[in-house]
Write a protein that binds this ligand. Structure first.
Ligand code: CO
Length: 147
């Protein structure tokens, strides 16, 4: 298992629309989606597309959102995670465990905001950076079938 391409950088913010305006007004990054709510993930998301990846702007949704805890510590928001594509999410999860890293939650990949299975690796194993691993969308067969 080795990392594939950087798919996106996750940025927590108290307001995804205001954050998207900053990327548009300050940096000219105007290719942004409409805000979309993911109640089961506890997030509201806007994707800003730049030539080689996306910025995933994430606002907490609901009282139990993990993003809310992040904003308690970083009220103005900040970089939350980096997400890399992997060819096989199950093989990646197993490799992380075999190499001694902690996979968050149950370790079962779940469908993230991009519509493909993801896992997260604990920041204590990665120099303080929360790492998301994402099934390469080009290799994803759809629900019920990893590649
Ligand atoms: Co992400």
């Amino acid at each position: 298992m080795k990392l594939g391409r950087l798919n996106h950088v996750g940025v927590a913010t108290p307001d995804v629309e205001a954050a998207a305006r900053v990327y548009a007004d300050l940096y000219g990054a105007t290719d942004a989606t409409e805000p979309k709510d993911f109640p089961h993930l506890g997030v509201r998301v806007v994707f800003v597309t730049v030539p080689n990846m996306q910025i995933e702007l994430i606002e907490p949704l609901g009282a139990d959102s993990a993003i809310r805890k992040f904003l308690d510590k970083n009220p103005k928001g900040g970089q939350h995670h980096m997400c890399f594509e992997v060819p096989d999410i199950i093989a990646a999860r197993d490799a992380m465990r075999a190499r001694g890293a902690t996979v968050l939650g149950t370790g079962e990949p779940y469908i993230g905001a991009h519509g493909v299975p993801v896992i997260f690796v604990h920041p204590k194993d990665t120099g303080g950076v929360l790492i998301e691993l994402m099934q390469d969308p080009a290799l994803y067969q759809g629900a019920g079938g990893h590649p």
